[in-house]
Ligand binder design. Structure first.
Ligand code: GSH
Length: 206
């Protein structure tokens, strides 16, 4: 298998983190330079259909994109440690929290960074400071909700670390590029974030 990825980009980092949690080795890493536009070439688009990383090319030539689809594929191949749920109810619960973390936290915070950091102007037709502010505020609203969720629990979706924690932590970590920190008063969220960052697998893809 070949994983097309980009150093420090958040969506590929989800895959790298999952691979590290599961101890997956032997995947060839292909580094794609986003700022140089390597993902926008005709060849890249023809191969993967979208100008995005991550992308996973299987040994039979099948190409997968979408970080969470790739993570699910890896979970099916390498079931332990389990990150997506062991039974229908747990799978649904983890999916629910993963979607919430992606839609209401990771996506808005990533947009906020992309519309703020000067180096990322290369990826946007126009950087819009108002869009950055709007999305940061939207993400902070959800951070307050997550802070309440984490008041009496260690991890977001289950009694163990799951893919929901990966999605939320990677989203928040990306904002370090613009020196953003979650509000200090969100003590449960900040405690959880430190615990996620302290996992040995957290450094993969950084
Ligand atoms: N929903 C996709 C998003 C993929 C995505 O937007 N990746 C970013 C890097 S984190 C990218 O390739 N950006 C290139 C660009 O915006 O030109 C996923 O989860 O894989």
């Amino acid at each position: 298998m070949k994983l097309y990825t980009s150093h420090r980009a958040p969506n590929p980092r989800r895959v790298r983190w999952v691979m590290a949690e599961k101890g997956i080795e032997g995947v060839q890493i292909v580094e794609v330079d986003l700022l140089a536009g390597e993902h926008r070439t005709a060849d890249y688009r023809a191969k993967f259909g979208v100008p995005h990383v991550p992308a996973l090319e299987l040994d039979d030539g099948t190409c997968l994109t979408e970080s969470l689809a790739i993570c699910r594929y890896l979970e099916a191949l390498y079931p332990e440690p389990n990150l997506f749920g062991r039974d229908p109810a747990e799978q649904a619960m983890i999916e629910m929290w993963t979607r919430r973390c992606e839609f209401y936290l990771a996506n808005p915070i990533m947009l906020s960074v992309r519309h703020t950091h000067p180096a990322l102007a290369a990826l946007e037709a126009t950087q819009m400071p108002q869009l950055a502010d709007y999305n940061r505020l939207a993400a902070e609203k959800y951070m307050r909700s997550l802070d309440r969720r984490l008041a009496d629990r260690e991890w977001i979706a289950a009694d163990r670390f799951t893919i929901a924690d990966v999605v939320a932590a990677v989203g928040l970590d990306f904002a370090r590029l613009i020196k953003y920190r979650p509000p200090e008063e969100l003590m449960n969220l900040n405690r959880w974030l430190e615990a996620a960052r302290a996992r040995p697998a957290a450094g993969a893809g950084l």
